[in-house]
Design a protein around this ligand. Structure first.
Ligand SMILES: Cc1cc2nc3c(=O)[nH]c(=O)nc-3n(C[C@H](O)[C@H](O)[C@H](O)COP(=O)(O)OP(=O)(O)OC[C@H]3O[C@@H](n4cnc5c(N)ncnc54)[C@H](O)[C@@H]3O)c2cc1C
Length: 408
């Protein structure tokens, strides 16, 4: 028996495990076991954590992977010994364990980098399920506070992809919460960005749509400034401006999981491991990386983005290749679907772009329909359905299922 150990139960980990099982079954091999280790019991639908009710954005791992016989261990990996081919982990009751492997897939995702600012403990974020749930609970407690400046003001720091989605969505979320206490009119959302423009990383293509949406929703932009200090009742910006705000959300800066440092290999500026075209870590042949931990080449001249759209196919290719490696079968070079982006702009719709220069293809409600398709259909794995899971785990399957019109 050979054991494949997948570390991480996010998009890349789930699809790696499923693809490894699929490859083994397709080859008629029964000598492989696949184990997935992750701290939680659910696949967290991270791209939806900016929305209301984040606690519902999850899928039980056992209902996805149980039907195909993947063994699951609920534990946090603390170290990887590539020479001894074993990982150290801590179970939820604090008990230390060790897990051996013949091949490892590292799919532990990424983490928001929290700033070292005075008052940083008052910052919220939407990077993880607990953080998004804490923000949601905080927002729902605002009506209990005495009326005062900043009660229904939110400052969102960072106008990148996540910051824009958070800011635009917060307008509606805050209004729905303020409405019953007659304060919907006092809702204010301020987007603070250190660069001179919003959405700098998205390029010039979608910017007119983004600016139009911010104006339509009344989101205020403060560009060319950063945050100097955070307090429970507001922030001070780097230009000295004081903004009263009960809610401050940090969205700037994401790095690969710190476990990447346990692998003796090169990493890029985002902490992602250097991998070859088969997603095998360069110089460490028994270890593969997938998702936000891997600096894979998406197509000539472009590395993958830390995104779901790249984590899913990386999982499928890494899972296939790790099984193929053990079974002596040909490996498949990583080749994701063409690059697109779909940015939610709250009640103002969305903007959908194609290509690395992000040419705008769909806007407003047409793009919103596509965003809902991505968020509510494409990124969810099938549950209780081994056959459908294994069909979609084939590395040759597109992540984008045929376009299914959603109910309005
Ligand atoms: C608010 C928000 C909006 C986003 N919007 C989009 C979007 O619109 N489009 C898009 O494509 N992407 C989007 N993303 C990015 C996307 O969510 C990530 O790129 C994607 O989740 C990466 O998948 P992954 O499997 O690599 O990592 P993750 O989904 O982060 O999963 C990592 C897994 O590893 C586990 N893990 C971590 N550390 C350990 C450890 N030490 N031991 C064991 N297990 C561990 C975690 O518990 C988790 O199960 C968004 C992200 C956020 C936060």
């Amino acid at each position: 028996m050979s054991n494949i150990l997948v570390v991480g139960g996010g998009f890349a980990g789930v699809w790696s495990a499923a693809a490894a099982v699929r490859a083994a079954r397709a080859a008629g091999a029964s000598e492989l076991t696949v184990t997935l280790v992750a701290p939680g019991d659910d696949l967290v639908i991270r791209p939806r954590l900016y929305q209301a009710d984040p606690d519902t954005m999850r899928v039980p791992l056992d209902r996805v992977l149980g039907p195909i016989g993947v063994r699951r261990v609920a534990a946090t990996v603390t170290n990887i010994d590539t020479a001894a081919r074993k990982v150290s982990a801590v179970e939820r009751d604090g008990r230390p364990i060790e897990l051996g492997y013949d091949r490892l897939v590292l799919a532990t995702g990424s983490q928001l980098v929290r700033p070292d600012l005075p008052g940083a403990e008052h910052l919220h974020d939407v990077d993880t399920m607990p953080a998004a749930a804490a923000l949601d609970a905080h927002l729902h407690r605002l009506p209990d506070r005495p009326d005062g400046p900043g009660r229904f003001t939110a400052v969102v720091v960072g106008a990148g992809f996540t910051g824009l989605e958070v800011a635009t969505e917060l307008v509606e979320r805050l209004r729905a919460i303020a409405e019953p206490v007659g304060a919907a009119g006092s809702v204010r959302v301020v987007l603070v960005e250190r660069a001179d423009v919003v959405g700098a990383e998205l390029g010039a293509g979608p910017r007119p749509q983004i600016l139009k949406a911010l104006a339509e929703l009344g989101v205020e932009e403060r560009v060319g400034v950063s945050v100097r200090e955070v307090r429970p009742d507001g922030v001070t910006l780097s230009d000295g401006t004081e903004l009263p705000a009960a809610t401050v959300v940090w969205s700037a800066g994401v790095l690969a999981s710190p476990l990447t440092a346990a692998i003796p290999a090169g990493r890029d500026r985002l902490g992602r491991l250097e991998v070859d075209e088969y997603l095998r870590v360069v110089g460490v042949p028994e270890v593969y990386a997938a998702g936000d931990t891997a600096a894979a080449v998406a197509e000539e001249g472009h590395h993958v983005m830390q995104s779901c759209q790249h984590a899913l196919p990386q999982g499928r290719f890494a899972g296939h290749n790790v099984a193929a490696d053990l079974l002596g079968l040909p490996a498949a070079p990583f080749a994701p679907d063409p690059y697109v982006t779909c940015l939610d702009l709250g009640a103002a719709g969305a903007v959908f772009t194609k290509g690395w220069d992000r040419a705008v293809e769909l806007t407003e409600q047409e793009a919103k329909q596509r965003k809902r398709q991505v968020n509510e259909v494409w990124i969810y794995p099938p549950v209780d359905d081994a056959e459908e899971l294994l069909r979609r785990a084939d590395y040759r399957t597109s992540t984008r299922q045929p376009y299914i019109p959603l109910p309005a």
